[in-house]
Design a protein around this ligand. Structure first.
Ligand code: ATP
Ligand code: LTN
Length: 337
């Protein structure tokens, strides 16, 4: 093994990938590939915390792999695999469940949100989801976890669980787990709904105009941006703490994340212009970004064998790394080996 630091992240194949998932997570994963050992997974075990149609879940998992590759994740450089192909995730998750408190899990915002939205299915998996996420990260001794802002609370609990376990079992300064750091992008860590810009853009929103799917038709994408909710002030300024500007702030953030500029600079460029012109420019920038991704995605649709080979190969490599951590943990716990 070289001494490069390790990156771990993943997305759930629970719906169409949105511009929020892309700007908050996947786009940033690409740049790490040169300087880090990157591991990116398709988190199917997380997806079943809400009901899924089995045939769709299976399809979406491979579609997600296509999206990763189309966005620029190179299977030659990064380790890509399907979470359920590596039993160590379930194994470590069980062990860590016994080192995580009900009180800690009850404070998780995502649990509160999702149990409100799925009141008929508040299952134990939804509650212990952050423990599975901690297992994902800790199995690979990750140094850095690039995610959107909504996941930072889960990174915090991962750190707490790792530190707790290390402090109980690793008194001589030889920790079982690396304590990871979260990583947020400069712009795009929280892309908001286009229809209710004080809410996060979410792939499970009932209103399809609220989110941009990476697989939406190019014209549909442009139209969704053009009909984004703004305000009646008519001034293009970035005021992140002013809720009345949430719509404009969000469009500035999207533009900044896509172009690599900053919200302030873009606001200056468009000072004095109308919202119509601004929206048109944002729509163009987003379409330019997504077009080549879509092209590569469509090309990959012809390559089922190639995708399956990546999963098989990835699972083998991931199993090797992950089972090493599980063995260490089992030894510490006192299981007969
Ligand atoms: P759901 O909305 O159905 O709960 P999700 O869109 O949050 O799902 P995940 O698979 O949970 O999807 O998220 C994958 C990654 O995308 C995570 O790193 C998450 O932080 C990031 N992400 C999700 N939504 C946004 C958003 N609106 N802005 C920025 N990043 C986001
Ligand atoms: N919970 C994440 C997806 C996820 C993840 C992870 C992200 C599952 N395990 C490990 C980073 C590292 C989400 O985005 N909802």
């Amino acid at each position: 093994m070289d001494d490069k630091k390790i990156i771990f992240s993943g997305v759930q194949p629970s719906g169409n990938i949105t511009l929020g998932n892309y700007l908050g997570a996947i786009k940033n994963w690409v740049n790490f590939q040169e300087d880090y050992n990157c591991i990116y997974a398709m988190m199917d075990m997380h997806a079943i915390t809400v009901r899924q149609n089995p045939a769709e879940l299976r399809k979406r998992t491979l579609d997600l792999l296509k999206i990763y590759i189309a966005c620029g994740i190179d299977p030659e450089k990064s380790l890509l695999f399907v979470q359920s192909h590596v039993p160590a995730h379930a194994q470590l998750s069980w062990a860590l469940n016994c080192y995580t408190y009900m009180g800690e899990l009850s404070r998780m915002t995502q649990f509160k949100d999702k149990s409100a939205r799925h009141a008929d299915n508040i299952n134990a998996g939804l509650f212990t989801y952050p423990v599975l996420m901690a297992a994902d990260i800790l199995l690979y001794q990750a140094d850095l976890v690039p995610v959107g802002k909504d996941q930072m609370q889960h990174i915090e609990i991962t750190r707490d669980i790792a530190e707790r376990f290390n402090s109980i079992y690793c008194k001589e300064g030889n920790p079982v787990f690396k304590v990871p750091e979260g990583f947020l992008p400069k712009s795009g860590a929280k892309v908001m709904s286009l229809q209710e810009p004080t809410k996060k853009m979410s792939k499970s929103d009932e209103n399809p105009k609220a989110f941009i799917s990476m697989l939406d038709d190019i014209n549909v994408i442009a139209n969704k941006i053009k009909s984004a909710v703004t305000d009646s002030e008519g001034v293009i300024e970035f005021r992140p703490d002013d809720e009345t500007k949430a719509g404009i702030n969000n469009l500035l953030t999207i533009m900044a994340a896509v172009t690599g500029s900053t919200e302030e600079k873009i606001a200056q460029e468009f000072a004095g212009k109308g919202y119509g012109d601004f929206k048109k420019a944002v729509a163009e920038a987003v379409v330019e970004e997504i077009k080549p991704i879509r092209k590569r995605y469509d090309e990959l649709s012809e390559s089922k064998d190639y995708l399956e080979e990546i999963c098989k190969n990835g699972a083998e490599r991931a199993n090797k790394i992950a089972s090493r951590t599980v063995n260490k943990v089992y030894k510490k716990l006192g299981f007969v080996l």
